[in-house]
Each structure stands twice: as C-alpha cells, then as structure tokens.
Design a binder for this molecule. Structure first.
Ligand code: OSB
Ligand code: MG
Length: 374
C-alpha cells in the first residue's frame, strides 16, 4: 500500500466525568490520532498513552516525539501491504509500544478497508457481539459509587470492576456485596499494594470477586506468583504483560489465572493476537482492557474482542460513558443485554468525524516518504 501521508494530530477532549485510579485523576484526555492515507483511503489509529507516564512509561508527549521522529518516517518509507508487517518495521525502536500500536492499528484498519472486510474478520474474530463490563473509578463517597453501580446495572452491563487502593477496598466491597450478592464483580488495584499486604489482600477472597487486577508492582511476575498461592481469588495481570513472552512467563509461573489484553500496552494488533493465542492454548481466559479511548480506539477494541478467547466481559463500553460528543459516528452503544454488536461492514465499522477532530486538534504534523532522487 503506497502511503501518501501520515497525519498525526493531538486532540483535547473532556471526559463527561473525572476518572480516578490509584495513580491519579483524569478530567481531560490528550489523545494522539494517526491518519494513514493511501490510495484514496484513510486508516485511523489512536494512541492510548496517558497524559502522564503513570500507567506505563509512555505519555502523550513521549509518544508524539517517537511517532513524529522515528515511527512515522519508518512506516512512510516502507509502505507495507499488511498491518502485521509493522512490528518488523519498528523493531529497531525499543519499547514505546503505545506509540507503535497507534500506527500498526491504523494500517490494519486500512488493510481491512482495502480488502472490503470488517476489521474483526481480518483479525480472525468469530463473535458477532461482545459482552461488556464497566470500570468504575474511585468515587468521592461509597454512596456515589452505589448510585453509579445501580445505573450501570440498569443499562445492562454484565460486570462491574471497581478501582481500589488502601482505604477504598474492603469497606467498599462489603457494601457493594451486601446490596448485590450475585453480580460479577472484580477490582483493579493498578499496582497499589505490596507483598506485605498479603494478609489484607487475602481478605478480598470473602467477596467472591471474579479477579483482582494487578495488585502488585507494574513490572512484576514473581511476587504475583507468590501472592496467587495465598489467594483463592484469581489474579489478572494488566500492566505487567507487554508481549507474548510475558504472557507465557506469567502463565508458567502461575502469576495470574486471567489476562487483560490492551492493544496499546502490547504494541498493536499483531502482539495482541499473539498474547490471545498463547493464553487460549493454555486455557487462560482473556478480556479486553480499556484506556479511556475515544471512538477510534474503542472501535479497535471492539474488533479485537471478537476473537474466540475473549470470553470474559471487557472494559469496552458505550461512548456516552466517556464523551458528550464522540469522534466517530455512530457512537458506540451497548444493548440492554450488555453487548456491543460487531459492525459487519468494511474496516472498523464507524465513520470518523473529521470536522470534529479538526475542531479539537491542538497540533498536527504530516509525514511523507522522502522523495528518492536518482
Ligand atoms: O488499569 O484498566 C486500567 C483507565 C486508565 C488507565 C488504566 C486503566 C483504566 C481503566 C478504564 O480501568 C477502562 C476504560 O473504561 O477505558
Ligand atoms: Mg487495569
């Protein structure tokens, strides 16, 4: 595919409500979007890096620099046929997986459009709809949280995940379980505990949680495997899993019994599929995580979630939970059974609202292949 131009834009877009995790509060997103233009088509990618390097080492600003100075020029020079060639093209650049995923995912979108097939199908997906859960940030009060849970359950969501940390864990689970003894409930610590908290974490077992996500260090397998031996609640790793090898190591060591797959965290569709397959072959269920994406990243998450081993409800939910006005059309909607239908049209299956993107953009950079002078 001859790449005519790669247009990188940063947009600023406010969340409908602040999102608080153990590492901070997000009110407005600074999101990098990539538009790869080729032969009359545009493939779109979204960078899932946060505004600050708090979830991983990457941030909007580091990803911008790496995309503009390194990855963009590499991709433009290669003009690959398949999105799956991107990891090879980007291999010399260490890390920076969220930046890499931005472009690789745009190339898969382009490839699907060119082939006239849904992106989900191109990835090997088998589902026609995906089960959805919600991730609920730390709230000002337990009452606020209870009201939110009530609303999300009424909307049909199939699993409630509670962000947790010291001071926002046992007492919260207790009240939630008292009111809803049977719902699928999980928690996500984003690395806010240490191994010395093992006894405390073992108390989580009484609440019949589907999983506890990333309780310990963001880069660890070994201590999670020690912790898993002390818990009956399955551990799910998020931050720790950067690629297929990490997934193999974690499964082999029994550091976790469930995996969260995030496209940005593992560097794009190729590695996400590899992690999915490795987990499936070993009987480990996976689900698709979220990073407060706009509609573009959300549509990629939907396509990825169509793969067979995405058997647990993911953190992929309706646009309206995040954005007053999403940058795609139609917005992502969840039906009353808590499912999102996988679009059965070529590409991602949602139109990009370019006018809105232009309004929200605060910077833009265009990269073209260098003309070879012979
Ligand atoms: O750990 O899953 C996480 C949001 C930002 C950073 C990390 C995480 C999250 C979420 C939100 O849990 C998931 C979503 O709704 O997009
Ligand atoms: Mg997480």
């Amino acid at each position: 595919m001859k790449i005519e131009a790669i247009i990188l834009r940063e947009i600023r877009i406010p969340l409908v409500r602040p999102f608080e995790t153990s590492f901070g509060v997000t009110q407005e997103r600074r999101v990098i979007l990539a538009e790869v233009q080729s032969e009359g088509l545009s493939g779109w990618g979204e960078c899932t890096a946060g505004e600050h390097p708090h979830f991983s080492e990457e941030s909007t600003d580091t990803a911008w620099a790496v995309l503009v100075n390194e990855l963009g020029p590499m991709l433009a020079a290669h003009s690959p046929e398949h999105g799956g060639e991107c990891p090879g093209i980007f291999r010399r650049v260490r890390g920076n997986r969220m930046a890499k995923a931005t472009l690789e995912n745009a190339m898969w979108d382009l490839e699907a459009q060119r082939a006239g097939v849904p992106l989900a199908g191109l990835l090997g997906g088998v589902r026609t709809s995906i089960p959805c859960g919600v991730s609920l940030g730390i709230q000002p009060s337990v009452e606020d949280l209870m009201a939110l849970i009530e609303k999300e359950l009424a909307s049909g969501y199939l699993r409630i995940k509670l962000k947790c940390k010291h001071g926002w864990d046992l007492k919260v689970f207790e009240q939630v379980r008292k009111r809803w003894p049977k719902i699928l409930l999980s928690c996500d610590a984003n690395s806010s505990y240490r191994l010395r908290d093992s006894d405390h974490l073992a108390e989580f077992d009484q609440f019949d949680l589907l999983m506890i996500e990333q309780p310990l260090w963001d880069d660890d397998f070994f201590f999670h495997s020690i912790l898993q031996k002390r818990l009956s609640t399955p551990i799910c790793l998020d931050e720790s899993i950067r690629n297929r090898r990490d997934a193999l190591a974690a499964i082999e060591m029994d550091s976790c019994r469930i995996l969260n797959i995030k496209l940005g965290r593992v560097g794009g569709f190729s590695e996400a599929i590899a992690v999915h397959n490795a987990a499936q072959e070993r009987g480990i269920p996976v689900w698709c995580g979220g990073m407060l994406e706009t509609g573009i990243g959300r549509s990629h998450n939907i396509a990825l979630s169509s793969l067979e081993n995405f058997t647990l409800p993911g953190d992929v939910s309706a646009s309206e939970r995040y954005w007053a006005d999403d940058i795609i059309e139609p917005a992502v909607v969840v039906n009353k059974h808590g499912e999102i239908a996988i679009p059965d049209i070529p590409g991602r299956g949602y139109e990009v609202r370019t006018d809105l993107i232009h309004q929200l953009a605060v910077r833009q950079e265009t990269i073209r292949a260098m003309e070879l002078v012979s």
